[in-house]
Design a binder for this molecule. Structure first.
Ligand code: HEM
Length: 537
């Protein structure tokens, strides 16, 4: 590998330095012309009309008129921080990813924590999933681990994502309610989507009310792949564990805070870093041998399932320290573009159908959010190692590509970068053997929607159970349609009769009788008792 790809803890910072601009110098236009008055527009006489030739006024106003970009379609409200990642010991046995080899190397990172549903200006402390996205600026290119603070997701197939998000965002006719799951459309959708019930248990739990971004876990959710230098592949699940432990707020606190200090989590993160109380997270992995892919009684490609830590322990492999606040919220936190498809050699995808769809969605949305195909040149998104290719032009192109050729193959040279088949460090997609018919069908191995929801409920302490039931009362108590509330009680009844009865009591639905649970499989996972108990604060 060329030396110019070398990246250390400070590389990204040095790169950002070349884009930073101090304020306080003499005022100029964007063309560098000095300006002596920015308080009065150019007029005919003191009381006369304003002149169109006032280029300073026009430039200032035009720039202002264009200051906003579309907010993210989900995860609009977020907070970012810089830091570094360091592996504890070489992971060469499992992956050739360069940033996971040398315990002495520190890889720069940028992290963005977010809520999912609310608008950019909404409150931090709402009942919601939290995003936990990490950009690693490695010497082999950018790697993004785009995770959440819950280990499972609502849906199994990406084609349902637009429906999920339409149902949870404010209703289209009146934009109500803004940042809460407490509404008819969402619960209507969920009541018709049994696959969401495991995630719904997490969302109704205290996990959805983190006290601090420094005090929550993160999960890659999907099963990914590690590939080592010999080409051997294993499945992997990613976990972030906060050094401060996990802590949640209670419902009464979040409601008051949402009014009194909507920036509660954002301020906490900022202040902690300013005071030198640097947030730390350990990275953990669950590694599954390829030959064990089918040994579980759930499908490891199903993103509504965890792999219980009792079955596959989490191996802690490194730590991340967040030690610097951004200089500019818009330039960094708003313009950062994460993408689960940003991988480096040694990390690859699985066939999880949710992940496969995400691989399309992020680049697609960023093309519109960040105004065209050149957003990888925005300072926060730039790879810390060099980029060479034949992509050219487009809105706001920054790079001045030299040379007469920009196509491949070519025989004229002229500075055109060429793919090098001899480069053993290049990314090669894992040559998984796949065959089958083209069909639109969910795998039968994805059919058990309730066993792990039951597992979650059984792992809760009595106080945690009370919180889940109260959350269900609050959420479903606002649903106007009795049929929706009834369907939700029926689904809770598939998880646990006591849970369903307690929920029913608070929302005007008759207490249900126990039902034979339809878990879609003959043998629910026996060894999964108490899976999550110890990890819930
Ligand atoms: C953001 C799509 C599932 C984590 C986004 C964005 C889109 C999107 C379009 C906005 C990106 C941007 O404007 O830059 C999808 C689709 C999904 C899906 C189509 C399923 C099919 C998930 C899952 C996770 C997740 C399962 C967690 C494992 C995130 C995070 C962000 C995000 C953390 C915010 C990134 C940031 O801070 O900028 N998603 N998402 N998403 N998504 Fe997903």
């Amino acid at each position: 590998m060329n030396d110019d790809r070398r990246v250390d803890e400070h590389s990204k910072d040095k790169q950002l330095e070349t884009f930073r601009r101090e304020t306080g110098e003499e005022l100029t236009t964007n063309q560098g012309v000095s300006i002596d008055d920015t308080d009065n527009s150019l007029k005919v006489g003191e009381r006369g009309p304003t002149l169109l030739e006032d280029f300073h006024f026009r430039e200032k106003m035009t720039h202002f008129d264009h200051e906003r970009i579309p907010e993210r379609v989900v995860h609009a409200r977020g907070s970012g921080a810089h830091g570094y990642f360091q592996v504890y010991e070489s992971m060469a046995e499992y992956t050739k990813a360069k940033f996971l080899q040398d315990p002495n190397a520190k890889t720069p990172v940028f992290v963005r924590f977010s809520t999912v549903v609310g608008f950019r200006g909404s409150a931090d402390t709402v009942r919601d999933v939290r995003g936990f996205a990490t950009k690693f600026y490695t010497e082999e290119g950018v790697y993004d681990l785009v995770g959440n603070n819950m280990p499972v997701f609502f849906i199994q197939d990406a084609i349902k994502f637009p429906d999920l998000v339409h149902s949870i965002k404010p209703e289209p006719h009146n934009q109500i309610p803004q940042a809460s799951a407490a509404h008819d459309n969402f619960w209507d959708f969920i009541s018709l989507m049994p696959e969401s019930m495991h995630m719904i248990m997490w969302v109704l739990s205290d996990r959805a009310l983190p006290r601090s971004y420094r005090m929550m876990e993160g999960f890659g959710v999907h099963t990914f792949r590690f590939i080592n230098a010999a080409g051997k592949a294993r499945f992997v699940k990613f976990h972030w564990k906060p050094k401060l432990g996990m802590h949640s707020l209670v419902w009464d606190e979040v409601q008051k805070l949402a009014g009194k200090d909507p920036d509660y989590n954002r301020r906490d993160l900022w202040n902690a870093i300013e005071m030198g109380e640097y947030p730390e997270f350990e990275l953990g992995v669950q590694i599954i041998e390829e030959e064990d892919e089918h040994k579980f009684d759930f499908d490891i490609l199903d993103p509504t399932k965890i792999i219980p830590e009792e079955m596959v322990p989490v191996k802690i492999i490194g730590k991340m320290v967040l030690n610097r606040n951004p200089d500019n919220f818009f330039a960094e936190t708003e313009q950062v573009a994460f993408h689960p498809g940003h991988v480096v050699p040694g990390i690859d995808f699985s066939n999880d159908p949710l992940l496969q769809g995400r691989l399309f969605s992020y680049l697609d949305t960023q093309l519109i959010r960040l105004g065209g195909p050149n957003f990888a040149e925005i300072p926060i998104n730039r790879s810390a190692c060099p980029v060479h290719n034949n992509q050219r032009d487009g809105y706001s192109r920054q790079t001045i590509d030299k040379g007469r050729t920009n196509y491949s193959p070519n025989s004229l040279g002229g500075g055109c970068p060429m793919a090098n088949p001899e480069n053993l460090r290049a990314f090669t997609h894992y040559a998984e053997k796949v065959e089958g018919h083209k069909i639109r069908k969910r795998s039968d191995s994805f059919k058990d929607h309730f066993s792990q929801a039951t597992l979650f409920w059984n792992s809760m302490s009595s106080a945690e159970k009370d919180h889940i039931v109260s959350a269900a009362h609050f959420e479903l108590g606002k649903v106007q349609y009795k049929e929706i509330r009834q369907r939700m009680v029926d689904l809770f009844n598939q998880i646990d009769n006591e849970l369903a009865k307690r929920v029913a009591k608070g929302i005007g639905i008759p207490e249900p009788q126990p039902v034979a649970q339809n878990h879609g499989q003959s043998s629910p996972a026996l060894s999964m008792e108490n899976t999550v108990k110890d990890t819930v604060s």
